[in-house]
Design a protein. Structure first.
Length: 255
């Protein structure tokens, strides 16, 4: 099956993704980023066999943000739910790639082959309320458990301070860059996020000198991701190697 046609980088894409249908594609003029609107499993023929799969997929838990009046929630973004999160997640299409690293793995651990675990400590010094204090990822190779300590508790953040929330389960860019480092993804390699969401993985790949391919089913999230990537690429290599400037220190502190 031939590759899908790319959206003209100058074509208007509304914030809500209106007018976009499955099959649309954005390809950056520099050749470093390609984003597809559609189901990554159905479009898997577009993924290089030597790609590194790094993603935060829908876990199959019917996640919904609470209303703004709910204690501990505070944000109504994503109240309608996440596409694909109403059924059990199947990791089997991704586990055989040379690198596969998937977040939320505790929700589908019974479907995973042997590997190692990565932990994101989101509160650093513990906390309370309705927020999870940590999240867990699985990688398809044996090794020691590693922990990344980075505050990300509602409006309390150690990075991306002041930025509007783009997705109900958005991950920090520094976290996804740390994943690439722990997975030993070489510079210049292709990183694929089959469940792109807000494009944090894509931005991390750009900032660490890697190529990226992303897939997203939700037209609104896809349109927002395209705009975010365009803004990032327009800055050239301003952030290359300086992922929030202290990524290297945080990675060392997280060993």
């Amino acid at each position: 099956m031939p590759a899908l046609p790319a959206i003209d980088v100058d074509s208007p894409v509304t914030a809500a993704g209106q007018g976009l249908a499955s099959g649309h594609c954005y390809a950056s003029s520099c050749g470093r980023v390609t984003l597809y609107l559609g189901d990554a499993v159905e479009l898997r023929h577009l993924i290089p066999t030597d790609a590194a799969i790094i993603s935060d997929p829908p876990y199959g838990i019917a996640h919904k943000r609470g209303k703004c009046s709910d204690r501990g929630k505070g944000i109504s973004l994503g109240a309608a739910g996440i596409i694909g999160d109403n059924k059990a997640f199947d990791p089997s299409p991704w586990v055989s790639y040379p690198v596969a690293l998937l977040w939320g793995a505790n929700w589908y651990s019974d479907k995973l082959p042997p590997g190692r675990w990565l932990v994101w400590d989101k509160q650093e010094h513990g906390g309370s309320g309705d927020f999870s204090e940590a999240e867990v990822a699985w990688q398809n190779r044996q090794g020691a458990i590693k922990v990344f300590r980075h505050m990300w508790l509602g409006v309390q953040r150690a990075s991306q301070v002041g930025e509007a929330r783009r997705h109900p389960t958005e991950k920090p860019v520094v976290l996804m860059a740390w994943c690439m480092d722990k997975a030993k993804v070489p510079a210049g390699a292709v990183v694929v996020d089959p469940y792109m969401g807000s494009a944090s993985t894509i931005i991390a790949a750009i900032r660490t000198g890697r190529k990226a391919i992303g897939f997203e089913k939700d037209p609104e999230h896809f349109a927002n991701a395209v705009q975010r990537v365009k803004t990032e690429l327009a800055q050239g290599d301003l952030f290359l190697g300086h992922n929030d400037k202290d990524l290297a220190r945080r990675a060392l502190d997280s060993e």
